[in-house]
Design a protein around this ligand. Structure first.
Ligand code: NAD
Ligand code: TYD
Length: 336
């Protein structure tokens, strides 16, 4: 049995990871430690909650006593650290919690993992640590870190800390840096679910700036497959970029969503740009392809439709969110 501590497993990517792995493998025992912030939702894990190889604990990765207790009680040998504050706009409105969770929390996990001599510590990171690209070029693992938002800077700090623990203590740490994900269970504050739900509800679609910022989109299951490959075969001390070579301008995505849902383009509303808005992200994932044999399997055209269909079929899931605390966030963020 592989005893794995998954942190942040009630969020978007973490819950997809747990559901996917428990479905694929019966030699993994997963302890999910999640604080259940606004972004954590146990409904995402309905298909896993009764699995005998799954155990949920509500708590904070920055709680050293709790983390120690978990490592000891469950004989944890692997860590996949998804837990984070993950939204750039929220990091602009208030950054403290980003450094508490993403930096201090990761430090506590690393120190505890070191004490218990884990076999692999996987730090889930983002391409946003590299900063912003111009029209040309891709982020490789050797691109210097140049994070621009408080969110990205907190993730970059955690990456460097994780790699320093490898360098100094020989800990088996691996870092993955993935591009923008989409898929089921993504919290509606992020571009794709926000635009799907606003379209469905005939609400304005707020596009920051000129709408020409570029992101490199990957379906969440392709990301999760890469994560598991890195967990099993990734070399200690290495960084692996993950991306599906699917660059799109924000406005293109929004128009595609409107078209699929048969909604008018006059729902689009250009709004004030995000401060410090990164222009373009694009990932070179040659390393993980060549060294670990990973390949993305989902085409954007099919997977975006699959994602929109999921939101169409899971109204209960998102209605509870948009009618709750999220409403206040939305009104403050968008003022309409
Ligand atoms: P999310 O916001 O949907 O989920 C984060 C989860 O972490 C939530 O369940 C939340 O309750 C939990 N959490 C937050 N603070 C915690 C704490 N102190 N202790 C325990 N749990 C805590 O985020 P996501 O989109 O699923 O992202 C997961 C990870 O992947 C993050 O580390 C993020 O930086 C990284 N990432 C995300 C993307 C993306 O496109 N979403 C891309 C690349 C990397
Ligand atoms: P987001 O989903 O927040 O991811 P990230 O900023 O981490 O890449 O945003 C994706 C892109 O969409 C980014 O360029 C900002 C833009 N965006 C809007 O234009 N309007 C919005 O309401 C949101 C949330 C994002």
């Amino acid at each position: 049995m592989k005893n794995i501590l998954v942190t942040g497993g009630a969020g978007f990517i973490g819950s997809n990871y747990i559901n996917y792995i428990l479905n694929e493998r019966d030699d993994y025992f997963i302890v999910n430690l999640d604080k259940l912030t606004y972004a954590g939702n146990l409904e995402n894990l309905k298909s896993s909650q009764a699995n005998k190889n799954y155990h949920f604990i509500k708590g904070d990765i920055a709680n050293s006593d709790l983390v120690n207790f978990i490592f000891e009680k469950f004989n944890i040998k692997y860590v996949v650290n998804f837990a984070a504050e993950s939204h750039v706009d929220r990091s602009i409105s208030g950054s403290e919690i980003f450094y508490r969770t993403n930096v201090i929390g990761t430090n506590i996990l690393l120190e505890t993992a070191r004490k218990f001599e884990v076999e692999k510590f996987l730090q889930i990171s983002t391409d946003e640590v590299y900063g912003s690209l111009g029209k040309e070029g891709l982020f490789s693992e050797n691109t210097p870190l140049s994070p621009n938002s408080p969110y990205a800077s907190s993730k970059a700090a955690a990456d460097m800390m994780a790699l320093a623990f490898h360098h100094t203590f020989g800990m088996p740490v691996v870092v993955t840096r993935c591009s923008n994900n989409y898929g089921p269970f993504q919290f509606p504050e992020k571009l794709i679910p926000l635009m799907i739900l606003n379209s469905l509800n005939n609400k304005k679609l707020p596009i920051y700036g000129d709408g020409l910022n570029v992101r490199d989109w990957i379906y969440v299951i392709d990301h999760n497959k890469a994560i598991n490959l890195v967990l099993e075969k990734g070399n200690a001390g290495e960084v692996y970029n993950i991306g599906a070579s699917n660059e799109m301008k924000n406005i293109e995505i929004v128009k595609l969503i409107l078209k699929y849902l048969n909604k008018p383009e006059n729902l689009i509303q250009y709004v004030k740009d995000r401060p410090g808005h990164d222009r373009r992200y694009a990932i070179d994932s040659t390393k993980i392809k060549n060294e670990l044999g990973w390949m993305p399997e989902f085409s954007f055209e099919k997977a975006i439709e699959k994602t929109i269909d999921w939101y169409l079929q899971n109204k209960n899931w998102w209605e509870r969110i948009i009618n709750g605390e999220y409403q206040k966030y939305y009104e403050t963020q968008y003022k309409f």
